[in-house]
Design a protein around this ligand. Sequence first.
Ligand code: HEC
Length: 261
Amino acid sequence: MRKLLVSGVIALAALGAGAVAIAAESVVHPPHRHWHFQGPFGTYDRAAAQRGFQVYKEVCAACHSLSLLSYRNLMEIGLSEDQVKAIAAEVQVPDLSEDGSPIERPGRLSDRFKKPFPNELAAAAANGGKAPPDLSLMVKAREGGPDYLFGILTGYVPFEKLTPEQIKEFSVTKDDNFNLYFPGHKIAMPAPLSDGKVTYIEGGPKATLDQMASDVTEFLAWASEPHLEARNRTGIRVVLFLLAFAGLMYAVKRQVWADKH
Ligand code: HEC
């Protein structure tokens, strides 16, 4: 009996500790948004993904690598071969000359996206001790996926707008970046986007914070799952086939059993 009581108390204590740990993490879920690529008929909005690439290239690429993509992959979001060749050629990539000495040459279609830092240590050193993570699989890697990414990009609260309780609870100082949706709220990344940060081509939408955040999310969602559309198409074909097959089987069954009634 005593043993039982003791283990009961231990179990309760463990539960309590778990609850405290969750409270300390203080996870706030970002609101759900509608994304073009969700659901069984989902496709990527090419224009949005292209604008999102512009945002990545002009803003995020200064800190974040996108190491699973090659320049030629950009043709999948509707850029022409010549456009992509020009984009690659703007970048100087490290290579070896014929005699083996290190050189830099303009990028080609087959090159992977260039990394902003030579390695993780250098990346951390340049960013106050926290290395910016690779964004290739980011939309799949975090709970909430695209909603979370959009939330992080739009969820910064300036120090002056924080309540005294928030400042005290999370011990925020003027030098911290407070983000509503980042676990623990203090994030090493300064707010990367603000209205008008990039200039979209004429005829495009206005480059507001929400618009850019939504576009770069579309682009990074494509980067993390480029074969989603093909998979959706296969899925729809399989369902249609199964429906037709079920109908056929039913007709056969009726035929076979017709004179048994
Ligand atoms: C000045 C450098 C810098 C720029 C520019 C920048 N980031 Fe970051 N980013 C960071 C750092 C540093 C971290 C690590 C934050 C941490 O762990 O506290 C980070 C983390 C992230 C995370 C991960 C959050 C998590 O849950 O771990 C995402 C997503 C992200 N950045 C997206 C972006 C996007 C999209 C852009 C472009 C619009 C961008 N960043 C621009 C430095 C940068």
